[in-house]
Design a protein around this ligand. Sequence first.
Ligand code: HEM
Length: 525
Amino acid sequence: MSKGDYRLCPMMSPGRAAPSDELVPHSSLPYALCSWAAFNMGCLLVLALWLGLGCLLYFALGENEAALGVFAAGILTLALLLLSFVLVYLCAKNSFQIWALKHPWNPLSRLFIPCISVFEGLEACNPAYLVGLRELHGKNFCCAGQVVLSDFAQIASSLASGQQRQASLGAQPLIASHFLGGAAPGGSRNTFLLALSDDDAPEEDSQHHGPFRKCLVENFLGHGSLSRQTDSTAVALLDTLEQDYAEMGMGESAFFDAPRKGWRGFWIRYSHYVLLGMDPADEAAMDTLQPLFGTDMLPLLHYLMPFGYFTSDTSFKKVAALYESSPALKDFEERCPAWHMMTKKELSELMVAVMRIAAITGTCQLGSTVMGNMPFPAYGGHATREIDVRQIWDYKLDLDDPLAVRRYVLECARLYPPVSAASRVAREDFEAEMSGQLHRFPAGTKVLIGHGLGMVDPEVWGSSSFDFDAERPLLETHTLAFNAVGTEPSQQARRQCPGQELVLETLVIVLQRLGRLRRLRLHRK
Ligand code: HEM
């Protein structure tokens, strides 16, 4: 079957357009329990009005006592709130969150949990932070407004069962509206896979995840991308990467940081060629991609709560337009029932989010780790950060054995997973033991699936769980790096990262080619 077979909707005759009422409008996100941002915005608005009223009275009535009183009361309330938040955050984060998540409708919970989610969500990006919390509080604890159940079996069971989702990127809350397709007549709908529930979840959005995922995989990761991955254009890109490596200091940070050359420049061109069929020599297209992919942090903020409200979406729209006209979507048929009536615009916008959040950031980071530019996290009490993987890459790894190189990549991803957590929403009330006490949390509570925690769990990986050992027998079958238990696709692993094999195969070739170059230089020295 060719890629072309995939692109044509299997259930529609060409040219037939679906009536607009077949399009499912964007439904409100499930479980209002978790969407607390509106409450916080409301509180801020009340405070702003309060202060505004004070100012107005002050200017209207002159130096009047009543005006000053209103103004001072506003300032005082704000200061008190800020002070109590700082105290809670610094001194009682875990215990406050246990209480607040058990009492989600209490105004204090409503007020503080979203702020804790934002601040602690940023800290939790570092896998060592969550491991530190587990050492402090035990297997179950709270972090970033979510309950963390870090037992390996719990994580595995979450990954293997249907999940209810909310707009979260692991521990970080996202702005749901920044994912809306916006193309469908009669209203836009949420197409962002990470925020959509599985097909057996009860709410409306649940019917979309499977078909939308299928549409994305069939159009961007089908046979066309497989053949492009090894054709002459892909090989030429790998040649350029090798040349850049030699010219840019054999692994100096410039090779990883440069936006248009080196590792990042290669991956931007290579992934857009393989997945979307875009011409890597088209400099005008590469110019359009640069603002979005040339760096990680700033463009990513567009999706993160609340930072995204202060960013512009211009470059996202330009890239989505570029994707719409990409060779991979040339013959795309819109409104196919099997893909839940997806339009080209919706698919392109979904792909922008996937490329920005998963494909570029994750792979650039993992590449930087396996090539020794980015050290492992500083896990407290362990010397993991001191491990120099270049010593293994240069002297121990059998570069002629692709399976050995793959295991090396998986071991790096175990110790430093680019995506260290995902987030689901509990469908039912549940109990968890925390700090020696049993706590009951209501349905709707967010639960963090800690891939990073599971991958250094000594009960599974043994006493050497924080050491580097690419010969671990469980690596392929128990890695959680790609959102499933192990790398083998299965019926249960419905949310397994579909980019897994592209990432692993590319990194194996890159490590082999650059590794041989390094050994040649080492020999000469
Ligand atoms: C080292 C690189 C990568 C890592 C570690 C990684 C890991 C992950 C993880 C852990 C998830 C689940 C996130 C969640 O549910 O909250 C995920 C989802 C996803 N990834 Fe990747 N990914 C990588 C690269 C890629 C690439 C290159 C693609 C290219 C298409 C890709 C496409 C996706 C998609 C479409 C999803 C959503 C799957 C779904 O919800 O059904 N990823 N990835």
